[in-house]
Design a protein around this ligand. Structure first.
Ligand SMILES: [Zn+2]
Ligand SMILES: [Zn+2]
Length: 276
């Protein structure tokens, strides 16, 4: 308990994020002049777009994946407000102003943000995890028209230490079509002629569970799908998810929900099918 409860701050309507309806935190301004939280923009972009893998991509160096890397500013996405194709850049002046005007609320928002980004363990032991899913690609020129695609499917998380295994379902023509990857990097490399949709399931080590719809599902994996992309060097998408360390309890202790620990926003599980 801190030294007394700070007086409530009344937030002006204009200072609320149009997406999460909370005080704008680390606001960004889009090229279409909309202002929203940087994380709301990133979350939106996560769910609405994938990005090309390029030499400059920060995400490409897998061994140095930074869980707190915020891809907001690299992204082009459709604006959540007006749906035009847009990019966003941080509005630092506004951030400073909001922090001065609403110091307590801004600080609360910062803590929430750190939980989301996996930099801090939140209430009830909830931690944010970022997942990258995608494929690298190289075209192999064959005789006549028989070009082949050398592809590597990957699943990367900011917390490989808590991943028990990644189960992967390939196209049934591959032998074997089902794989279980137990060690990072979680990758599958194959040579093939056509693209298809890969199903992956990320299973966590005990005692961690994915937080889905407000409760954790301890023995369920997180299911994701990815359609291989053979343009250029490949493509990847991001998913933010939450995990929670489930404390051992007496009794069967399996999959029970802890009431009152629900976080405000249930996680979305976008199926990362390629944008057409
Ligand atoms: Zn927001
Ligand atoms: Zn807009």
């Amino acid at each position: 308990m801190a030294e007394g409860t700070p007086p409530p701050e009344t937030i002006a309507h204009d200072d609320l994020c149009p997406v999460c309806h909370l005080l704008l935190f680390a606001p960004v301004k889009t090229t279409c002049a909309h202002i929203l939280c940087g994380s709301c923009m990133a979350q939106w972009a996560d769910a609405s777009s994938t990005s090309n893998i390029s030499h400059s991509s920060l995400d490409l160096d897998l061994s140095h994946f930074d869980p707190s890397y915020d891809p907001t500013y690299d992204l082009e996405a459709n604006c959540p407000m007006c749906r035009t194709r847009t990019t966003a850049s941080p509005d630092n002046a506004l951030a400073r102003q909001l922090e001065q005007q609403y110091p307590n609320t801004y600080e609360e928002r910062r803590k929430e943000e750190e939980v989301e980004r996996g930099q801090r363990v939140g209430e009830g032991g909830v931690e944010g995890v970022m997942i990258l899913i995608g494929n690298r690609h190289r075209l192999v020129r064959g005789e006549e028209t028989a070009n082949k695609h050398d592809w590597t499917f990957f699943v990367r998380t900011s917390r490989p230490d808590i991943v028990e295994e990644v189960r992967v379902n390939l196209h049934p023509t591959f032998r074997p079509p089902r794989l279980v990857l137990r060690q990072p990097p979680f990758e599958v490399r194959r040579l093939g002629w056509g693209y298809f949709t890969i199903e992956a399931q990320i299973v966590l080590k005990e005692p961690y569970g994915w937080v889905k719809d407000g409760g954790e599902r301890r023995h369920e994996g997180l299911e994701l799908t990815w359609t291989l992309d053979f343009e250029g060097r490949g493509r990847q998408g991001r998913v933010r998810a939450k995990v929670r360390k489930v404390e051992e309890t007496a009794g069967e202790g399996e999959g029970e929900l802890d009431e009152g620990q629900d976080r405000r926003s249930p996680v979305n599980w976008p199926h990362l099918d390629r944008d057409e």
